[in-house]
Design a protein. Structure first.
Length: 312
């Protein structure tokens, strides 16, 4: 991970807050699966992106968590997190993608402790004509590319392309979206030309990313808040493996996820207790749906065909 996370005491948090009292912060509240996360920043662009990215929370709701963007002389990107008040100080961050992921991680930190049936996954969910499909993958293996590829199927609808919450019970797991709009890469239109109009109508930041509303090109019904999960697809990029797709056991799938940090580089608290909560969830989750591994070393069009073959 390109930033460090340090847990701090309440006393240290109060010291940091006191040192920042002279800052002219702008703030905005986000509703992240019912958790009110308030962002503070002196950067108007960051706040605007936050407001475009997430559903807004009523002004009458007090924050359950705070994300405070600030800086120090070290120029190192680091997070100082106080676990009781759920306050995260993000030092020297200029990439919105990390800011929003930490916001999601803090909300997830609260939910997994408060409600034992609501867990989280760093992954995409598409509601397809063949049932709900989730793509879970390490970075740079094609999760976003192929989740958007599935959106090209007639009748497919987006739940999320990055992070979701899951309720596991006696039936199929229910996946809930976490964001109002997506943080897209400018390259998505080069891979799937259907989305080039969305790219053309978006304003990109210095990292080549933009908050975009897929409804602009696919209509209001192209996004839904939840779906039930029928198929779990794990992705990898391994040029030494000639298999494009294989069905996996829940045990093998769990070992893959465990060896890859659950495919989530933004787990803000990773002590033994927290990891056990997440491991127990994934063991149950992977037993509740069909699981496949897709190797994404080939051409995106061919890989997309392989994904569609296993979900039908």
């Amino acid at each position: 991970m390109a930033y460090s996370v340090t847990l701090i005491t309440k006393e240290r948090m109060n010291e940091l807050r006191q040192s920042l009292k002279s800052q002219k912060f702008i703030s905005a509240k986000a509703d992240i699966h019912g958790i009110c996360v308030k962002l503070y920043s002196t950067d108007r662009t960051m706040v605007d992106m936050w407001e475009s990215n997430f559903h807004s929370m009523s002004d009458s709701i007090r924050p359950h968590a705070s994300i405070i963007l600030c800086s120090d002389d070290s120029r190192e990107t680091k997070v100082l997190y106080e676990t009781v008040s759920h306050t995260a100080f993000l030092l020297n961050f200029d990439y919105y993608g990390w800011v929003k992921s930490i916001g999601l991680a803090v909300a997830s930190d609260i939910l997994e402790d408060t409600y034992d049936s609501i867990s989280h996954v760093h992954g995409a969910v598409i509601d397809t004509p063949f049932g709900g499909v989730t793509l879970i993958a390490p970075s740079k293996t094609g999760k976003t590319t192929h989740s958007w590829g599935l959106l090209r199927l007639d009748g497919s609808r987006l739940v999320t392309d990055d992070w979701y919450f899951v309720k596991v019970g006696s039936g199929r797991p229910i996946a809930y979206g976490s964001e109002k709009n997506c943080y897209i890469d400018a390259d998505i239109g080069k891979v799937w030309s259907e989305f080039q109009p969305l790219v053309d109508s978006s304003t990109f930041d210095s990292k080549g990313r933009a908050i975009a509303d897929i409804r602009w090109v696919a209509g209001d019904e192209s996004v839904i808040p939840m779906t039930t999960i029928k198929t779990i697809i794990l992705l990898k990029r391994d040029s030494n493996d000639k298999n494009v797709s294989i069905e996996m056991t829940a045990g093998d799938a769990f070992e893959y996820l465990k060896s890859n940090n659950l495919c989530n580089p933004h787990q803000i608290v990773t002590d033994e207790r927290k990891l056990k909560i997440r491991y127990d969830f994934f063991k149950q989750y992977l037993q509740s749906a069909s699981v496949y591994m897709i190797n994404t070393t080939g051409d995106p069009v061919d890989t997309q065909k392989a994904i569609r073959n296993v979900i039908q």
